[in-house]
Design a protein around this ligand. Structure first.
Ligand SMILES: [Mg+2]
Length: 218
């Protein structure tokens, strides 16, 4: 158990690329779906490849799919992202993860667990099931469509969640792979944060692999 997390009562998880590893094929499919939508909106781009390049260049700057679409002036960017995620049909590319399932079951004996994801409930539930995680392991489930209008990036989803939690903000830790949509908004609401990826200053702790949570919390 890491001393940094001594006060923690509830552990929260992002879903995409946190509870399952990033996968090139999944990324390709999603980004091509997004490029199709950009091309529909900006036919002057001429072809999918140009639309994809425009998206990639802007994504590097904004680091969030919906924010990138918003900056490219597409209407209802969150809705478009949700549609692209479900059209990309990524469920069958997600692998079962018995190791993570065992770790979560152990952690569950000492902490409350919650899922807080920008993805809509239907696809999120399918992904969780595909990984092999029993959805009932989570005391609280917050999906992209749980609170209308609420988003991760502006921290409104975290605010809404904290209102329903019996613990104080700093008794929660949130684990995610995205600085702008996971770490910064959770931190702004007083939660502790763990970043999954390379070392960054903004998070309380960084891990390279989701399995590292076992030694952090047990
Ligand atoms: Mg993620």
């Amino acid at each position: 158990m890491n001393i940094l997390f001594k006060k923690i009562k509830a552990i929260g998880f992002d879903l995409d690329e946190t509870l399952y590893a990033p996968n090139e094929e999944i990324n390709e499919r999603i980004r091509n779906e997004i490029a199709k939508r950009i091309l529909q909106n900006k036919p002057d781009l001429g072809n999918i490849k140009n639309a994809r390049n425009l998206y990639e260049t802007n994504y590097k700057k904004w680091k969030s799919g919906s924010l990138t679409l918003k900056k490219l002036k597409l209407e209802n960017p969150e809705q478009i992202m949700h549609e692209c995620l479900s059209n990309a049909n990524v469920i069958n590319l997600i692998k079962e993860d018995p190791i993570l399932t065992i770790i979560l079951n152990k952690i569950k004996e000492k902490y409350e667990l919650f899922l807080l994801t920008g993805s809509p409930s239907e696809t999120s539930m399918e992904k969780i099931k595909k990984i092999g995680i029993n959805i009932n392991i989570f005391n609280n489930l917050i999906f992209g469509n749980t609170f209308p209008e609420a988003k991760k990036i502006d921290s409104t989803m975290f605010q809404n969640f904290l209102k329903t939690s019996k613990y104080k903000p700093d008794e929660h830790v949130y684990i995610g792979d995205n600085l702008k949509t996971d770490i910064l908004p959770a931190k702004s609401q007083g939660m502790k944060t763990i970043y999954l990826g390379n070392e960054i200053q903004e998070a309380d702790y960084c891990i390279k692999d989701i399995y590292e949570i076992e030694k952090l919390f047990l």
